[in-house]
Design a protein around this ligand. Structure first.
Ligand code: LLP
Length: 432
C-alpha cells in the first residue's frame, strides 16, 4: 500500500498535491512519502514481533539522508556495502552498532573504518575476506564480529540480474564449504563468529524460493549456532513489491484471495518463515530495501514533446534513463500516471527520455491517457534503486528530492547544479 492517490483528478502524495510540488521545485523530481516508508517498516517489524529481531534497511535502495533518518528514528539498523554508506549512516544519525556490512570486495581501509565504528557484523563473502578482517582486527587489537553469507544454490526465480543465491553468482560462500570455513575461522584469534547470513536475490514475489532456501540452510545454521555460540541468523532481504497493479488488481480484497497467498508479504513471510525461525532461538536480522522504500517514491516528469510517427506515439519527457535506469537495465515496469487526470481514450505510447540511447525509455506501447506538451506524469514505485542509481550521463544534473509527511513537504536533496557535475575535473597542465 502506498500514499500516492488521486483526490478528485489530482495526484496527491499524502496531503500534498504532487503537481504543486512539481511547479514549486521543477522536474525531474523524486517525491517520497514518509508515511509509506514508516508503514512498510512497521509492517515488517510487526510481522517479526514474536522474535528477537533487527531490521537493517538495505540503504543501497535509497540512501537519502532524510529517508534514512526517518527509518533510524523508527529503530532501523542499516545494511551497508561500502565505507561511504557507513559514513552516510553516521551523517543521517543512524547507529553503526546496528549495521551489517555486506559486499564481496571490502578493502582493508573499509574494514578498518567499520571496525572502528563498532558495526554489528561483517557479512563475509569469501575466506580471503575473513583472513583480511582478522589481520586488520589484529592490528587494531579488536575482535571483529562476522557472519558467513551462505550461498544456498537456490534459484530465486527473479530477474537474472538480481539473482544472487546460485553458484553462477559471485555472492556468498558455497553451502558445502561453509562448515569447514567456520571451523577454520574459529581458530583466528581476532574473529568473533557472531552469526550466519544468506540472501538469495531481490524482488522476490513468491514466498516459495525463500522458504526452500531457509529450509535448506536451517540444519546447518543450527549446528553452527550450537558449536560456536552464534547470536544471529539473517535470511537476507529481497521481499518484492507490486510494480504493476494490473497484476494485483490493486485492491485490498485481492490480497485475501487464493492467488495472493503465495505472494511474499510480511504476512506470508511471518506465516511460512516464523515457524522455521522461531525454534532456532537466535536473533533474526533481515535486510529489506525495496519493500520499505520502493512504493514510497515517485519520479515526476514533464512532457517536452509528443512525436507521432506512422508506427509510434512517442511521449518525450524531461526525465531520462540517467534519472531512473531500471527500465533500461532490467526491462522493469513502472506505472505511469498523470498528475492531473484529463480523461479521454488511452493512446498506445512509448514514454522516452532525451538521452541518445534507444534503451532510454520508461515504457513501450502502453495504453496511456493522452498527454500534451507541459503535462506532467509520475513514474510510480521509483523509491528503490531509483535516485541512488542515477548518474550524470549527457551532463544531466541529478534530480531534486522532496520528502512529504502529511501536509508538510521539504527538499531532501537540492537539484544538482550543472557546474557541480564537473567540479572535480581539471584541464591538465599541458593543455592550458
Ligand atoms: N541484502 C543483500 C546482501 C543484497 O545484496 C541486497 C540487494 C539486499 C539485501 C536488499 O535487497 P531488496 O530487499 O532491496 O530486494 N538494482 C536492482 C536491485 C539490486 C539488489 C542488490 N542487492 C533493482 O533495481 O531491481
Amino acid at each position: 500500500m502506498h500514499q500516492f492517490r488521486y483526490v478528485g483528478n489530482q495526484l496527491f502524495c499524502e496531503g500534498v498535491s504532487v503537481d504543486s510540488l512539481a511547479r514549486k521545485f521543477g522536474t525531474p523530481l523524486y517525491v517520497y512519502s514518509q508515511a509509506t516508508l514508516a508503514d512498510h517498516f512497521q509492517k515488517l517489524d510487526h510481522a517479526l514481533a514474536p522474535l528477537a529481531h533487527l531490521i537493517c534497511f538495505a540503504m543501497k535502495a535509497n540512501s537519502n539522508l532524510s529517508v534514512m533518518r526517518s527509518l533510524a528514528s523508527l529503530g532501523s539498523g542499516f545494511d551497508v556495502v561500502s565505507a561511504g554508506e557507513l559514513q552516510r549512516v553516521i551523517a543521517a544519525g543512524g547507529d553503526p552498532k546496528q549495521c551489517v556490512f555486506a559486499g564481496v570486495a571490502k578493502s582493508a581501509a573499509e574494514i578498518e573504518f567499520a571496525l572502528r565504528q563498532g558495526i554489528y557484523s561483517f557479512n563475509c563473502e569469501s575466506e580471503p575476506e575473513i583472513l583480511r578482517i582478522n589481520q586488520v582486527a589484529a592490528r587494531l587489537k579488536k575482535r571483529a564480529p562476522i557472519a558467513v553469507r551462505i550461498n544456498p544454490n537456490v534459484s530465486a526465480k527473479t530477474h537474472s540480474k538480481i539473482t544472487t543465491g546460485t553458484y553462477e553468482n559471485k555472492f556468498g560462500i558455497q553451502f558445502e564449504q561453509v562448515e569447514a570455513i567456520y571451523a577454520r575461522a574459529s581458530k583466528l584469534s581476532h574473529i568473533w563468529l557472531r552469526g550466519v547470513q544468506m540472501h538469495i536475490g531481490s524482488q522476490l514475489t513468491d514466498v516459495k524460493p525463500y522458504e526452500l532456501a531457509v529450509k535448506k540452510v536451517l540444519p546447518l545454521v543450527r549446528r553452527l549456532a550450537e558449536k560456536y555460540g552464534l547470536e544471529f541468523f539473517s535470511p537476507g532481504g529481497g521481499l518484492g513489491i507490486i510494480y504493476n497493479p494490473a497484476l494485483a488488481s490493486g485492491s485490498a480484497a485481492w490480497w485475501k484471495t487464493k492467488s495472493a497467498r503465495g505472494i511474499l508479504t510480511p504476512a506470508t513471510y511471518a506465516e511460512k518463515l516464523l515457524p522455521l525461525l522461531q525454534p532456532l532461538g537466535l536473533k533474526i536480522l533481515i535486510e529489506p530495501g525495496r519493500f520499505i522504500v520502493g512504493n514510497a517514491g515517485a519520479l515526476v516528469t514533464q512532457v517536452e514533446y509528443v512525436k507521432r510517427t506512422g508506427k509510434k506515439n512517442f511521449v518525450i519527457v524531461d526525465a531520462a534513463m540517467n534519472d531512473l535506469i531500471r527500465p533500461a537495465f532490467y526491462d522493469s515496469y513502472h506505472e505511469i500516471v498523470p498528475l492531473v487526470k484529463k480523461g479521454g481514450a488511452p493512446v498506445s505510447s512509448d514514454v522516452v527520455g532525451g538521452i541518445c540511447e534507444s534503451s532510454d525509455y520508461f515504457c513501450k506501447d502502453r495504453p496511456l491517457a493522452k498527454v500534451g506538451e507541459g503535462d506532467r506524469l509520475a513514474l510510480l514505485s521509483a523509491g528503490a534503486y531509483g535516485s541512488v542509481m542515477s548518474n550524470n550521463y549527457n551532463s544531466r544534473p541529478l534530480a531534486a528530492e522532496v520528502l512529504v509527511s502529511g501536509k508538510k513537504f521539504a527538499v531532501a536533496r537540492e537539484r544538482q547544479k550543472v557546474k557541480d557535475i564537473w567540479a572535480g575535473e581539471k584541464i591538465v597542465a599541458w593543455l592550458k
